[in-house]
Design a protein around this ligand. Structure first.
Ligand code: PAD
Ligand code: ZN
Length: 382
């Protein structure tokens, strides 16, 4: 493409610091270096995780930064050494890269590659520099992806080529929210047919967990949320019961124990609150229950747990992005989506142009949206 090898000027939403709105600015995006890919982002969704740096909930976060990690686009150019991706490919940037070389990448059950930025939040490329500048300032990236920008640069190990036939304004959800919930059910927990599942939090991640539980044949799926408006979609997607803990006279885990003959086979925390994490652990049945922690809490939050909950045989595990090795799993999920193995339409409640990004966050905070998809570059259909 004509822009290959040149600096691209484009628009990005910058997070200058905590408790400040993102502002749309003109930025410079440098060409990709060795093993890097520059992507024209066409669509990105807003995920709850994007709010953590905005609300100052990440200790030692490196501002200013371009957030967004649930995006999809088309490769504009690639740097030297990139062999599996070429200009024109449809791709999803990966917030969980796969270097293929570290112990986790070589382990069949792990997806926390040494090169992930989650938890570290360094926000720079592998060589310690950034490809983004704005008003003469270095701008950090977010979760090895940064999708609130018309162009981003990611490592080739953080970029997955996807089927050319998929619409990018839906494929973007597979970059994080859908994959996180769905994969937590079908992969991390591997929900068994006929089992009882409890899903705490019915946002984009929780509803995707419901979809996964249903596809794996759970016979009972109990959704928990303090916002009853979320119950309509949850039921449509497979929840058999929905409960607002505020309507209960006893703690919700006790209510669930009564409803499920002592506790659930599987519970999933999709909120990011340590109190609901503890409740999710408690509501899983002793002896065999499995609790998967998915929500991301503030860096300094802690769960205080009575060890007897574990000694009695529960399994508590956590999973980022459904426990998947994303480089291979994400293209596979896109293919399964095209084959109509699952639907994602119910997850998209709003679509708007990029410059309305703060309206999208407002809807999320007000509990009015599941996923808002932002169209970049004037919303050209791809
Ligand atoms: P969301 O804000 O769309 O949904 C959260 C839901 O939880 C909302 O429906 C709320 O009403 C509900 N809720 C809030 N507090 C309570 C409460 N005390 N009791 C019951 N319900 C409550 O967020 P989301 O679905 O985008 O993300 C959910 C979490 O998952 C969030 O913590 C996010 O950071 C995390 C996440 N984790 C991963 C991962 O890889 N593990 C990926 C993406 C998102
Ligand atoms: Zn690795």
């Amino acid at each position: 493409m004509a822009t290959a090898g040149k600096v691209i000027k484009c628009r990005a939403a910058i997070c200058w610091g905590p408790h400040q709105p993102l502002t749309i600015e003109e930025i410079e995006v440098a060409p990709p270096k060795d093993h890097e890919v520059r992507i024209k982002i066409l669509a990105t969704a807003i995920c709850h995780t994007d709010t953590l740096p905005m609300e100052g909930m990440v200790t030692n976060y490196n501002y200013p930064s371009i957030l967004g990690h649930e995006g999809a686009g088309i490769v504009e150019s690639v740097g030297p050494g990139v062999t599996d991706i070429k200009p024109g490919d449809k791709v999803i940037p990966l917030c969980f890269p796969v270097c293929g070389l570290c112990r986790c990448c070589k382990h069949p059950n792990a997806n926390t590659c040494d090169r992930i930025d989650g938890g570290k939040y360094i926000g720079l490329m592998a060589d310690g520099t950034s490809r983004f500048t704005c008003k003469g300032k270095l701008i950090h990236n977010f979760l090895t992806s940064s999708t609130f920008t018309e162009y981003t640069v990611v490592a080739d190990i953080a970029c997955a080529k996807i089927d050319d036939h998929v619409a990018l304004d839906r494929a973007c959800l597979i970059g994080c929210g859908f994959t996180t919930g769905y994969g937590s059910a079908v992969n991390a927990a591997n929900v068994k047919k006929g089992s009882t599942c409890v899903v705490y939090g019915l946002g984009g991640v929780g509803l995707s967990t419901v979809i996964g539980c249903k596809i794996n044949g759970a016979s009972r799926i109990i959704g928990i949320d303090i916002n009853k408006e979320k119950f309509v979609k949850a039921k449509k997607l497979g929840a058999t019961d929905c409960i607002d803990p505020n309507d209960c006279s006893k703690p919700i885990h006790e209510v669930i124990a009564e409803m499920t003959d002592g506790g659930a086979d599987y519970s999933f925390e999709c909120i990011g609150n340590v109190d609901t994490m503890l409740s999710a652990i408690k509501c899983s049945h002793y002896g065999f229950g499995v609790c998967v922690i998915i929500g991301v809490a503030a860096s300094d939050a802690r769960i205080c747990i009575d060890p007897i909950l574990l000694l009695t045989g529960r399994t508590v595990k956590g999973a980022f992005i459904g426990g998947y090795k994303c480089k291979t799993a994400i293209p596979q999920l896109v293919t399964e989506y095209l084959a109509k193995k699952f639907e994602m339409e119910e997850l998209v409640t709003h679509t708007m142009p990029f410059e309305k990004i703060m309206d999208g966050f407002k809807l999320l905070h007000e509990g009015k949206s599941i996923r808002t998809v932002l169209n970049l570059h004037g919303g050209k259909k791809c």
